[in-house]
Design a protein around this ligand. Sequence first.
Ligand SMILES: Cc1cc2nc3c(=O)[nH]c(=O)nc-3n(C[C@H](O)[C@H](O)[C@H](O)COP(=O)(O)O)c2cc1C
Ligand SMILES: Nc1ncnc2c1ncn2[C@@H]1O[C@H](COP(=O)(O)OP(=O)(O)OP(=O)(O)O)[C@@H](O)[C@H]1O
Length: 321
Amino acid sequence: MVIFGGMEKMPVQERQLVVALGNFDGVHRGHQQLLRQMTAYAQKNNALAAVILFQPHPQQVLNPSKCPKLLLDTDKKIELLEKQGVQGIFIVPFDIDFASLAPEEFIDKILVGKLQVTGVFVGYDYRFGRTAEGTPELLRELGKQKGFYVEVVPPVLSMETPISSTLVRKALSTGDIRWAKELLGYWPVLRGKIMTGDQRGRKLGFPTANIHVSDELLVPQNGVYAGEALIQGKHYLTVTNIGVHPTFGSSRQELIEAHLLDFQGDIYHEDIEISLFERMRDERKFESPDLLIKQIRKDIEIAIKIYDDHENNSIKRDVQA
Ligand SMILES: Cc1cc2nc3c(=O)[nH]c(=O)nc-3n(C[C@H](O)[C@H](O)[C@H](O)COP(=O)(O)O)c2cc1C
Ligand SMILES: Nc1ncnc2c1ncn2[C@@H]1O[C@H](COP(=O)(O)OP(=O)(O)OP(=O)(O)O)[C@@H](O)[C@H]1O
């Protein structure tokens, strides 16, 4: 994978360049179809298959109060794009000047002038340029004029509705992990750093890793989740509570706490990635810590069952490897 910090000319100009345009937040099944078509075309034409990402998210510049919480941080997005066969990424700083380019200017100055693209792939609903005036049809027309290939990918549907990042956000915000998985094609992930907590979990008999997730990222609906954590390259079956632990007087801020099964050790300040498999229940206020402890034991039993049902879970894979 080659990452280009901006729109500089390609270092190896003899290689043709094919690009896919969009935000690709989530790298969901719609994105994956678009990328499959793009990488197949690039391979056939011995071209570099690349994606142009705008940073920060355009809505953060144009309409900060309406900017959605993101599904993925940039590192994870790059990892998933690479898995789809993307070979290069142009990370383009997005600012007001860039946003004021007319669609024709974006094509002339950037796609043709700087990048000399030979192919451009977009989805059916892609909009670009000043006030989102540019449409796939305009791109097609200008492609013919300027001599680059354009492919517009029809919508990938789930239950007759086009899959979109917005729909994945809705699924996660309502705690519907199975729906999110169906849209994404992989189990939704929560990523962050482990911070110190009140150390109360240890006293309850269930030490928890307190996870700090960037403010930019979407956190699924409060509740108790079954999943698996990836930490220091190893997987652990995990029960995660997202909430304010009302049993101990609600905290002002929402906390994400994960109890890793079969794990002991100091993991403060480590990076953690949790794949969520199912939302098991709401967070509740218990009459006593003992009742909470009983409930967490039950949560773990249910999580083990859910985990065992995953034919190909990562712990089984690790053992076989
Ligand atoms: C699987 C799991 C389920 C939990 N469910 C609840 C709950 O329903 N209500 C609640 O008040 N706290 C719940 N907690 C949060 C515990 O109260 C919390 O982990 C404990 O207070 C430790 O906090 P600390 O890490 O800040 O020390 C849950 C924690 C885990 C790991
Ligand atoms: N379901 C889909 N089927 C085919 N192409 C899609 C689908 N969803 C998005 N695309 C295309 O993938 C590219 C990147 O999508 P982008 O991230 O801009 O949109 P999105 O997933 O619809 O997100 P949002 O919900 O934020 O609009 C765009 O060219 C877009 O048209």
